[in-house]
Design a protein around this ligand. Structure first.
Ligand SMILES: C/C=C/C(=O)SCCNC(=O)CCNC(=O)[C@H](O)C(C)(C)COP(=O)(O)OP(=O)(O)OC[C@H]1O[C@@H](n2cnc3c(N)ncnc32)[C@H](O)[C@@H]1OP(=O)(O)O
Length: 261
């Protein structure tokens, strides 16, 4: 079975659907390998302007496959360390894509599954989606950069409560807490997300990529760093064909048609 469905749309948006609905899209070795190949392909593809990740069926992603954790053999810490590092890096490679990435959290996002969503630039959740990181209740230390992503996205207070108590949030509360960008009623989530993705994909590619670089790691550390970066990056876009097109489109009151230059 294809555990990762890739849908390339005409508007430059690629939708990746985790596809193991009967196991709530938990991450198996097979799905992880498909993810690795797909993300590597998307990195090289200049026609891609925005990537959306979602889950098939009722869940977004229930995290690491529990049967793998239960059945693991005689591997010791060094072997497991290598294995886990490879697993984390493969999934979090979505954060290395130069184009904007969006998680459409259609249902439960648990453990590594929530971390995958938080590694995206924008996270839209169904109001009823259940979000939690119950590592310690499973006897596990957090993984998949949970101890980086949660405090970074929602602040250390939210991270502490979610990681130490295992408390679940619904999408609506997660939006209020700043853990997700916005919540929508479940039935309209995909329509809303595809609209946002399409509009994002239509923006000037070079300006968008540079903006993403500027915001990586939570934005610049100080005002001077921001000014030094912007006084270089903005002139790069000022000399681009895209800016000429953007200004013409605004003058002519039409939608811009950006290339890649
Ligand atoms: C290294 C990484 C570590 C981590 O990521 S730690 C976190 C691990 N994940 C979890 O602890 C999540 C466990 N799953 C759940 O809490 C629930 O599921 C959900 C909230 C995601 C969804 O609930 P509902 O819709 O009621 O489904 P259901 O009846 O619990 O599950 C349906 C089938 O899916 C299997 N399943 C669910 N999650 C996983 C998983 N993570 N790995 C493997 N199988 C999973 C179940 O066992 C069951 O199977 P059957 O129909 O045969 O009873």
């Amino acid at each position: 079975m294809n555990e990762l469905v890739v849908d390339r749309r005409d508007d430059g948006v690629v939708v990746l659907t985790l596809n193991r609905p009967d196991r709530r899209n938990s991450m198996t070795d097979g799905m992880t390998e498909q993810w690795r190949q797909t993300i590597a392909g998307l990195r090289r593809d200049r026609d891609v302007r925005c990537v959306v990740v979602t889950g098939a069926g009722s869940a977004f992603c229930s995290g690491g496959d529990l049967s793998w954790l239960a059945e693991r053999g005689a591997e010791g810490v060094p072997e497991l360390r290598d294995r886990m590092l490879g697993f984390y890096r493969t999934w979090l490679a979505i954060a290395d894509l130069e184009v904007p990435t969006i998680a459409a959290v259609n249902g439960a996002a648990v453990g590594a599954g929530l971390c995958l969503a938080l590694a995206c630039d924008l996270v839209y959740a169904a109001e009823e989606a259940k979000l939690l990181v119950p590592f310690t209740s499973l006897g596990l230390h957090p993984g998949m950069a949970a101890t980086y992503l949660l405090p970074r996205v929602a602040g250390v207070g939210v991270a502490r409560e979610m990681l130490l108590t295992g408390r679940a949030m619904r999408g609506a509360e997660a939006a209020t807490a700043g853990l997700v960008t916005r919540a929508f009623p479940g039935e309209s989530l995909m329509t809303e997300v595809l609209g946002i993705a399409s509009r994002t994909a239509a923006n000037a590619p070079i300006a968008t990529r540079l903006t993403k670089v500027a915001l990586a790691g939570g934005g610049h550390a100080d005002l001077d760093a921001a000014l030094r970066w912007e006084s270089l990056a903005q002139p790069v876009t000022m000399t681009s064909q895209d800016m000429i097109e953007g200004l013409s489109a605004q003058r002519e009151r039409r939608d811009p048609r950006f290339g890649n230059s």
